[in-house]
Design a protein. Structure first.
Length: 210
C-alpha cells in the first residue's frame, strides 16, 4: 500500500516536469542572473550606476521570478493541460514557504560571510555554487525519479570546478557559471518539451487525426 502511494506521488511530481517548461523558466532566470552579474563585473565600482545595480538585486530577481512563473503557468494552460489534463497540487503552508525563503537567505548570508572573512578564496565561489546546485539537483532527482536533474547537477559541478581551477571567480566567474547553467537548463527543457509535444496531442488534434 505504501509503495503504491509512493509511486502515485512520484508520478504526480513527475507530471509537473513532464513538459520541460519549468526548466525553460529556471534557465531564463539563470540567464537574467548571469547578465546582472556580468553588468556588475563590467561597471566600475563606486559609481552611481553600480550602486543602483547592487541595491536593485532583490527587486530584479523577484520581479524576474514572478514574471517567469506567470509565463510558465500561461504556457502550461495552453500547452500542457489541454493535452494531458490538469492536476491541482496542494498549496504549501505559509510556514513551509517562509522556511524555504529563510533557508535561501541563510545560505546566501553564509556564503557572503565566508567570502568577507576570507575563509575561502573568491576563485572558489563557482565551485561552491556548483556543489550547492549538484546537491539540490540530486535531491530533485531522488524526489522525481528523473535522471536529467542529477545530470544537470553534475554539469553544474563540472562548470564550477573548471572556473575555479582557471581562477575565474567573483562576479565574472559566477556570471559565466549561471550563463552556462541557464543554457543547460534551457537545452534540457527544450528537448523535454519537444518530446512531450510529439508524444501528446490536444483533443482537437486527436479528432482531426481520426
Amino acid at each position: 500500500m505504501k509503495d503504491d502511494l509512493k509511486k502515485i506521488q512520484t508520478r504526480t511530481t513527475q507530471y509537473w516536469f513532464s513538459d520541460g517548461l519549468y526548466e525553460l523558466a529556471f534557465g531564463a532566470l539563470c540567464l537574467v542572473l548571469a547578465l546582472y552579474l556580468l553588468a556588475q563585473a563590467l561597471l566600475p565600482k563606486g559609481t552611481l550606476l553600480y550602486s543602483i545595480l547592487v541595491i536593485s538585486f532583490v527587486l530584479v530577481m523577484l520581479g524576474s521570478g514572478f514574471l517567469l512563473t506567470r509565463l510558465m503557468n500561461v504556457f502550461k494552460a495552453r500547452l500542457t493541460y489541454p493535452r494531458t489534463g490538469y492536476i491541482a497540487y496542494p498549496s504549501k503552508p505559509r510556514r513551509t514557504r517562509w522556511i524555504s525563503v529563510l533557508l535561501g537567505m541563510c545560505i546566501g548570508a553564509l556564503m557572503g560571510f565566508v567570502v568577507v572573512r576570507n575563509l575561502i578564496s573568491i576563485s572558489l565561489l563557482p565551485l561552491v555554487t556548483g556543489l550547492v546546485f549538484a546537491f539540490v539537483m540530486l535531491l530533485v532527482g531522488l524526489r522525481t525519479g528523473l535522471l536529467r536533474f542529477p545530470l544537470i547537477g553534475f554539469i553544474a559541478l563540472v562548470i564550477g570546478g573548471a572556473l575555479s581551477l582557471a581562477g575565474i571567480g567573483d562576479s565574472l566567474g559566477l556570471s559565466i557559471f549561471y550563463g552556462s547553467l541557464g543554457l543547460t537548463f534551457a537545452l534540457s527543457g527544450a528537448c523535454t518539451l519537444r518530446s512531450y509535444l510529439h508524444s501528446t496531442a490536444t483533443p482537437q488534434e486527436s479528432s482531426n487525426g481520426e
